[in-house]
Write a new protein. Structure first.
Length: 230
């Protein structure tokens, strides 16, 4: 009888111990799961964002001139007036020029968007600021003498990644017509970029002036030097 009672108590104790162990394990598991859940919630979830860089000039043509060290991009056609095909034309330079070219159309030879010229520096060239001031003074004299109308001045502009000076002249004979020439001091030469517009629109004499002017503003930032012009 005593043996049976002792055996029964032993089994009860073992069963109780097993229950305690299982209970402790269950509690430990619940605590671990709770801790890991809190940890995962407190950390930011990495998100993969698909960033698409839209380059509007990706399909444009590139004119690159290794000899004179510059390049510029331009569209083959102009959105909205696709009938005009754009090309980069090179011309025979003048007596003081060593390069002349422009972005224009094959269909309308008189229509061009941006011109590019490289000139030899004059013998009395001291600095670009002095040179531009002289041009501005000559322009003002022409206005005073009635040779030209409007006004002209010098302002800073940013083209590509370069901040440069530009001579801006306004012709009074055709109100609102403005010519802009950007000047770059490059070694022994002056690099000129010029374009024309009328009151925020291209002065081309065509109905699509605003579209063409917008195209100029898209082309200018693609212009850059790839080496020093000598």
């Amino acid at each position: 009888m005593n043996q049976t009672s002792t055996s029964f108590r032993t089994r009860n104790i073992l069963f109780l111990i097993i229950l305690i162990i299982v209970g402790i394990a269950a509690i430990a598991g619940v605590c671990w799961y709770y801790r890991e859940t809190i940890k995962s919630l407190s950390q930011p979830t990495p998100q993969t964002q698909a960033t698409t860089t839209q380059d509007g000039t990706a399909n444009w043509k590139t004119y690159r001139n290794e000899e004179f060290g510059f390049e510029v991009k331009y569209p083959e056609t102009i959105k909205g007036i696709e009938q005009y095909k754009l090309l980069f034309h090179e011309f025979n330079p003048g007596s003081q020029e060593i390069f002349a070219g422009r972005i224009g159309t094959a269909d309308l030879p008189g229509l061009f968007l941006i011109g590019f010229t490289i000139e030899r520096k004059p013998s009395d060239f001291v600095s670009l600021d002095t040179y531009l001031t002289k041009i501005e003074d000559e322009c003002q004299k022409e206005i005073e003498n009635g040779v030209a109308g409007g006004s002209c001045g010098i302002k800073e502009m940013t083209v590509g990644n370069e901040k440069i000076s530009a001579v801006v002249s306004r012709e009074g004979s055709a109100p609102g017509n403005t010519a802009v020439t950007l000047y770059f001091d490059k070694g022994n030469n002056l690099f000129l970029v010029n374009y024309y517009f009328v009151q925020g629109k291209l002065n081309a004499g065509y109905a699509d002036e605003e579209i063409l002017f917008d195209t100029i503003q898209q082309i200018l930032p693609t212009f850059k030097f790839i080496e020093s012009v000598e």
